[in-house]
Design a protein around this ligand. Sequence first.
Ligand SMILES: Nc1ncnc2c1ncn2[C@@H]1O[C@H](COP(=O)(O)OP(=O)(O)OP(=O)(O)O)[C@@H](O)[C@H]1O
Length: 304
Amino acid sequence: MADTDHRTSDRMTSDRRTTDRRTTDRRTTDLTKAASPAPVPTVICDAVDIVYRVNGTGAGRGAATAALNRMLRRKQPERAAGVRTVHAVRNVSFTAHRGEAIGLIGTNGSGKSTLLKAVAGLLPVERGRIYTDGQPSLLGVNAALMKDLTGERNVHLGGLAMGMSREEVRERHQQIVDFSGINEKGDFLTLPMRTYSSGMAARLRFSIAAAKDHDVLLVDEALATGDRSFQKRSERRIRELRAHAGTVFLVSHSNKSIRDTCDRVLWLERGELRMDGPTDEVLAAYEEFTGGPDRAGKAPAKRK
Ligand SMILES: Nc1ncnc2c1ncn2[C@@H]1O[C@H](COP(=O)(O)OP(=O)(O)OP(=O)(O)O)[C@@H](O)[C@H]1O
């Protein structure tokens, strides 16, 4: 398993974002002044590279020996010190605008989740810059839920963690519960979350995050976990979030979810941005690349 230094990452990222946000604010203001209907940028990725460093890969050595080895060989190349690098994102540039819903697609391991985490400020970039206007919220991370607490308690704490006031959490409690559909099959809300299926837990996380309007909402595969009626509710909510001037990023392997929700798609392959354009165009090229539409959602034009 990978072992990255999160404290360093967070600090570096927060330093970076403090500087970057100022720059974005300036750019945003300039753009707004130039022409009123001009799209307002919310996320700018400028030639971004992201590299993971995995410690403890000294062949056949235990973790303690590998750590000692790293200390002793600090000046030697990373490889010799038992550190392997994974270059997950390469030279990716794009600008997202307010009101856009952008799908992120690509085959397994192509760098989608990594890019999303970096936009959320949870991973440092190796090269390039990421500028964000407003606070990006990565669904499932910001609303970190505790499995030993009841669903009810998690709605409360998750809401606070997402930046809602106590008042707002109280007001939206029922709405969150109804949206999640957790109680449709019995009184699950008063049970600890460890008794939930992974789909139920994902639904609750999405429902808490979606109860708030976000500047930039980053959704990683959440829609794939729910049943069809939950997916429909989620898609409707994503459209509403866009209407409230936010920007939504959606990582999904379901081309149907992407087609139903997004008007623009970024296609990553081996960490590189292979295509950026209107959903239909990019999905058509991607489906040709992967050998056809996915099982979850065939392209309407191709259905008999
Ligand atoms: N914490 C980590 N440490 C080291 N390497 C990692 C880490 N997380 C991801 N990677 C590597 O980075 C690359 C991109 O992974 P990422 O999870 O971003 O891909 P993805 O497109 O989201 O994949 P999937 O569709 O399977 O979820 C992969 O080669 C993966 O092995």
